[in-house]
Design a protein around this ligand. Structure first.
Ligand code: NAD
Length: 286
């Protein structure tokens, strides 16, 4: 079984992004700029935001962090987004989810300038993705596609099953696989006899958010298994949606969790920031 080592792929991609950021700086006289907005004080979000900021610094991307206290008025977030939309040094905006009530992510999707939508989640970005005119794709499924490409796994003509239909993972994952000419089935929590679908698939991307739910018996021999899930168990150990240790000698290739899709999500955040910044600065030259 080929270990799809997301950590190694992410390292490779991040080195390339760093050199592309250097070229961007020489060409446009400024760094690509990412604004990271954290609403509330969710401890997991603090950790995620911290690692995203560190990754930006290493790549030469200028990240600025904006904190909104959960006791502030919802209008404060709206006015921050309006400010970031207009800021010439901000090319990309990330609002860390989940955001606490009464704040609503929907207002982010409605207010954020799609040209700065680094997560690819605004209605404009999603519509572009589905209509074949994408600007940037959401970071996690884009990272999965990069892993498949890196390991030369051909998707065209294959039967792919995506488990999960969230806007941030499942739906865009299905679209990106379809763009590469896979025949895609999307399964979800209301799919009866889920294993009948997963056992038929050449490629299975699992994003159900259920710790260690899937094992060897859920996949056909020589399937490619991508585990998007990530969970911290009570023991403190991290695991995915798949019992990875069962796959040796059965799957043809699989991502571990941790160390598979997760590192690629951060690498693709950097790539998406660079892509948006390049598009914005190039438009200014015209
Ligand atoms: P979500 O909760 O929004 O969506 C889960 C999806 O799985 C839903 O569409 C639901 O219908 C489906 N589902 C739930 N239970 C199911 C079941 N028993 N059988 C079949 N389908 C089922 O979650 P999400 O944001 O899409 O994330 C999914 C997982 O991926 C989570 O574990 C999350 O932590 C992880 N994740 C990882 C990364 C990363 O960078 N590695 C990024 C995003 C999400």
């Amino acid at each position: 079984m080929i270990l799809l080592d997301g950590k190694a792929v992410a390292k490779d991609r991040r080195a390339k992004i760093k050199s592309e950021v250097d070229s961007f700086k020489s060409k446009f006289g400024k760094a690509p700029g990412l604004a990271v907005v954290l609403v509330g004080d969710d401890p997991a979000s603090q950790v995620y935001v911290g690692s995203k900021e560190k990754a930006c610094a290493k790549a030469g991307i200028l990240s600025q962090r904006f904190d909104i206290d959960k006791t502030q008025n919802v209008e404060e977030l709206d006015s921050l987004l309006n400010h970031l939309n207009a800021d010439q040094d901000v090319h990309a905006v990330l609002v860390q989810i989940p955001i606490p009530k009464p704040f609503e992510y929907r207002s982010v999707l409605e207010l954020l300038d799609p040209r700065k939508d680094v997560d690819g989640l605004t209605y404009d970005s999603m519509g572009r993705l589905w209509s074949g005119h994408k600007s940037v794709a959401p970071c996690t499924p884009r990272g999965v596609m990069e892993i498949l490409k890196y390991y030369d796994i051909n998707v065209a003509g294959k039967k792919a099953v995506v488990v999960g239909r969230s806007n941030i993972v499942g739906k865009p994952m299905a679209q990106l696989l379809m763009d590469e000419n896979a025949t895609v089935t999307v399964c979800h929590s209301k799919t009866p006899s889920l294993e009948e679908y997963t056992r038929e698939a050449d490629i299975v991307a699992v994003a159900a958010g259920k710790p260690r739910m899937f094992g060897k018996e859920d996949f056909k021999k020589d399937a490619v298994v991508i585990d998007v899930g990530i969970h911290r168990l009570d023991s403190g150990k991290l695991c995915g949606d798949v019992r990875f240790e069962e796959l040796g000698g059965h799957a043809s290739a699989a991502t571990p969790a941790p160390g598979g899709v997760g590192p690629m999500t951060i690498a693709m955040l950097l790539q998406n920031t660079l892509d948006l910044a390049t598009a914005i600065e190039t438009r200014k030259l015209k």
